[in-house]
Write a protein of this length. Structure first.
Length: 124
């Protein structure tokens, strides 16, 4: 099977100490789950980085460590062979800390990925 390499502008590989590679890229996403006060939430955000094991993003909602979250990432046409596809990720919060970056309010969340699958963009 021939695999086609696809370049995505704005994506940059960040080496980790392990054999896993982390990609720094800003993609829009929708995050849903239960916040620290026990209420369900759904919030638009941007992916900061992703690897095969973890995803990092920012949230205005406060979430606790060990909370389960669902991420829906609309894939750019370049990555989805022109098809309207979403990458759906589910995982557990490893870390949620107040952001120290200027202009970003809320928490920086690091999510341990536990499941991933693709769905059509209209199947949300």
């Amino acid at each position: 099977m021939n695999k086609k390499a696809t370049a995505l502008s704005g994506a940059e590989i960040m080496e980790k100490n392990t054999s896993q590679k982390e990609f720094s890229m800003s993609l829009p996403l929708k995050v849903s789950g239960v916040d620290s006060s026990g209420r369900e939430f759904s919030e638009e955000s941007h992916l900061a980085s992703i690897s095969s094991e973890e995803a990092v993003f920012f949230l205005r909602a406060e979430v606790d460590r060990q909370a389960s979250l669902k991420l829906v990432i609309p894939l750019p046409p370049k990555l989805a062979d022109g098809q309207p596809l979403n990458l759906v990720l589910r995982g557990t919060v490893l870390q949620a800390v107040q952001s120290a970056l200027a202009g970003i309010q809320g928490q920086r969340v690091r999510l341990k990925l536990e499941s991933r699958y693709f769905i059509g963009a209209e199947d949300n």
